[in-house]
Each structure stands twice: as C-alpha cells, then as structure tokens.
Design a protein around this ligand. Sequence first.
Ligand SMILES: Nc1ncnc2c1ncn2[C@@H]1O[C@H](COP(=O)(O)OP(=O)(O)OP(=O)(O)O)[C@@H](O)[C@H]1O
Ligand SMILES: [Mg+2]
Length: 468
Amino acid sequence: MKTEIPTGKLLVVDDDEGVLDAMADYLRGQKHRVDIASTCLEAIEKLNERDYDIAICDVNLPDADGFHLLQWAVDRQPETSVILLTGYGTIESAVEAIRLGAFDYLTKPVIDEELNFSIRRALSQREIVEENKYLKSQLEQKFGPNNIIGRDYKMQKQYEIIESVADTKTTVLILGESGTGKSMTARAIHQSSTRSDKPFVEVACGALPDSLLESELFGHVAGSFTGAIADRTGKFLQADGGTIFLDEIATASPNLQVKLLRVLQDREFEPVGSSKTYKVDVRVILATNQDLEEAVKQGNFREDLFYRVNVVTLTQPPLRERIGDIPLLVEHYLEEFNTQTGKTIQGFEDGALHAMQQYSWPGNVRELVNVVERAVVLSKGDYVTVKDLPDGLLREKKLAQTFDQVDTEGGLKSALTAPEKQIILDTLIANGWNRQNTAKALGINRTTLYKKMKKYNIDEKKIVPLQT
Ligand SMILES: Nc1ncnc2c1ncn2[C@@H]1O[C@H](COP(=O)(O)OP(=O)(O)OP(=O)(O)O)[C@@H](O)[C@H]1O
Ligand SMILES: [Mg+2]
C-alpha cells in the first residue's frame, strides 16, 4: 500500500542564503511548492500576495525578528501555520512562540525528519480545519435559513423573525399545520444562531409514551423504573450549549408539563429517580400543530406553561395561502429529484402548475415534495404534465368555493373563468399585490396580468380584508 505524503504551499524565510537555498531545495524535493524570502518585510509581502499553508521562519532576521512575523501572520493570515526556527533555542522562547500562536518551534540545525514531521502535522491539521469548514457550510446549506423557499410576504415575515430571534436565548413557539416547515424553521433558527456549532437535539414528544418521554428528556438513573438498567443522559443535557427542539408539545402529560415549566423557568431539572439537580444552558424551541390556547381552555395544557412557551410565536403559513411560491418550490425539488434519479426533466407544464395552484394541499410542503418526486419518476417527457399528477389532486376542485365568491350570472362562461380569477387574486394577495412578482409566479408577463386584472375587475382597493 502506498501512503500519500501530503504536500503543501510553503514559504521559507531566512537571511542566510546558504541555509535558505538548501532548505528550499530539500523541501521541493519532497514535492512541496516552495517560495523564499530573506527579510521579514519580503515575507509579509509574499504572504499578502498568496495563500501559504505554512511559513517556516528563522527567528533572527535583519529587519524584524521571527516573532514579529509570527504576530503578523496570526493576526492577518490565521490560515497559515507558522513554524519558527532558531539557532539558540531556549525553553522560554519556545513557550512564548507557542503562546503567540506558532504551530511549532524547531532548533537549528534542523533535522530533516523533524521538519518533515512538523510540516506533515501542520498540513493534516489544516485539512481537518478545511474539512470542518466544509461540513459546516454543508450544514448551513442544508439547514440554514437560505434553504427555506418562499418569496410570499408571509414567508418574508418569517425570515425577519428568524433573524431577529436567532441570536437570543428566547423560547420560540412554532405553530402550523403538518408539513408547513416547522422542523425546518427550528433548525434554521439554530443554524443562524451563535449556538450553531453546538448540538441541535430534536425530540418528537408525541411519538413516545409519557413515562419514556420523561426519561428521554431528563435522563434516568439505573433502577429508577423497570427496564432502566443503566444510567441514561437525557436530551436536555445532550443539548447543553445548543438548542433543544420539542416537537408536538401539546401531547405532554400534566406531570411532564410541570417539569417543563421548571426547566423553562430555571433551566434546572433532575433525572428520573435522582435527586441530583442539573443546570443547563439550552435554547428551547417548541412546535405544535394544535391550538394551544384551546388546549388551555379545555384544561389540557397548563396556563402558566403556555405563557412561558408563548414568548415569540412563529406561525407557518399553509401552502394554500402562498400559492405564488408553488412554482419556486416545484423548481427547487424538481432539481433535487432530477439529481437523485439521474433524469433531466426541464420543468412542469403550465397546466400542471395551475392544477397544483388550485389544490388545497392538506399535507402542505411535505405533500408537494412527494407530488414532485412522484411526477419526476412517472414523467416520460421533458416536461411534467397534468397526467403525471395524482388523481386526488386533480379531482379536488376548488370550484365549489370559488362559485360563492364570483357572480354566476354569466352562466357557464363566467363559471369557467372563475378559477382563473381566483388564482390571480390568490397570487396577488400572496405576493402582497406586487404585480412583478405575481406575474412571475404565474408565469405570465406583466401586461397580461394587467389585462386579466382589468377583465376580472380585480382591484386592490376593492378587496375587503377578511375579518380575523
Ligand atoms: N419553505 C420551505 N422550503 C423548502 N422546503 C420546505 C419548506 N417548508 C417545508 N419544506 C419541506 O417539507 C417537508 C416538511 O417540512 P417539516 O418537516 O419542516 O414540516 P413540519 O411542519 O415540521 O411537519 P410536521 O407537522 O409533520 O412535523 C420537509 O421535507 C421540508 O424540507
Ligand atoms: Mg416536524
């Protein structure tokens, strides 16, 4: 087996020309890319010009010493590791070098093996740093707020709230129907907070029986109940420093609600069967698709807990209330499923998009994602057609509801135009009456939109807001 020896971009700095050339030649022989400098100033110029993995620098330079260069590099080019070399190494200066941020400190004459070892360590450490950065950006991409799709003004509001609460420790309650993106939003809040490199721990409270949920959240000690064989760390402790996301919170039992109230108030709890109190630094996000206020009225949810939980509330809009975003979501997920399946479908036909905009989407974005996946799998052509959509979606007619809102005097003709009027109206509302965005969302040009608005007598001023 051949082991790869890592190579890098190095800058060697020494005022002794003989030493400099010898070391540069040797390192080039090891397949590194090597530049040289003989003064501190020249080294700084080179470091400014290019990215180096490592600067190997003599402490004694004619203009300023190696410590000066080290300090400069730590402040200005932290990506470059510095290895200092000195002719008369003392423990003190070695300690000082490391304290100032040098990667390593070697005494001259430098032994090749020692130098190689140090370079190799520096390069692999850099690789780990790069990899972490990459993984973090991947996380950011996958879970950050940029991944949330929607231009509807209701979504814009969400982004504003996400941004303004992210860096606080405020408890956030996320409401919304199933599949509207509650979990996604919770992650986005965590990902845009300063806690993002700490754990994000999600607990589906509805999925566990009450007795298990308590130990899941707070942990237990061995023997505290049948089956508790060993001690167990709960999710609150796992999330220390980060964020805990309690999904389906409305299902919590009265007993658990008391414990939650305490942890929300004081960030304190005891594991099941233990008298030891733990204190944690955790940001709490909760979600439910039930009406908590109603649950309070019914006596199923503690009022004091409700007030603790209901500090900042985000309500995810149902998809049918932002149909202008449907084409965007479709485009995004089409790309994803094209990649997954290796297909090269270009898009959805207008007819298919219109049908999707008329549907009520009880399962919201999750349902849409499934519909797009299914269509990508079924589609035989370059474009997804109405035929590739599920029957249920096509059968459901928004017409019944549309008839109530449009006068039916004109008989069949006006009945047929009713859905179009409704789609235009919905899209305008969804886009806060921005004509440009509405036209774009509907896939028509602005002139056509104006013509149709005129034809259907759609006027922003005439729309009476719904009483809420
Ligand atoms: N605005 C959005 N942009 C892109 N994808 C979204 C959006 N909202 C939801 N999704 C996708 O829809 C699916 C459901 O989202 P999520 O799980 O966050 O919903 P939820 O409200 O937590 O659902 P449930 O009530 O079932 O827990 C996920 O695949 C998610 O990536
Ligand atoms: Mg969820």
